[in-house]
Write a protein that binds this ligand. Sequence first.
Ligand SMILES: [Zn+2]
Length: 96
Amino acid sequence: MKTFTKILALAVLAGATSILFVGCASDGHDHSGHSHGAAAKPYPLNTCLVTGEAFEHGKPYTFIHDGQEIKLCCKDCLADFNKEPAKYLSKLNAPK
Ligand SMILES: [Zn+2]
């Protein structure tokens, strides 16, 4: 009987976890901290966010960071960006 109670508790726990997961897919919580593939804020610059240089061959390395589109001149800059994302993101928000 004790074992049955344990299994029941685990089942309830697993059920609660899946409900949380489903909840994430629906509206009703703040999505600003993570992206669900929705439209990101467009990258406002024409230069690499890390080096500030023009994109080589006109083909920037593009990705989405926290709902903000980021463009870098090459994939190597991604390593630098990931070291200090806040520092580079502040460049985007700095007044012109
Ligand atoms: Zn680069």
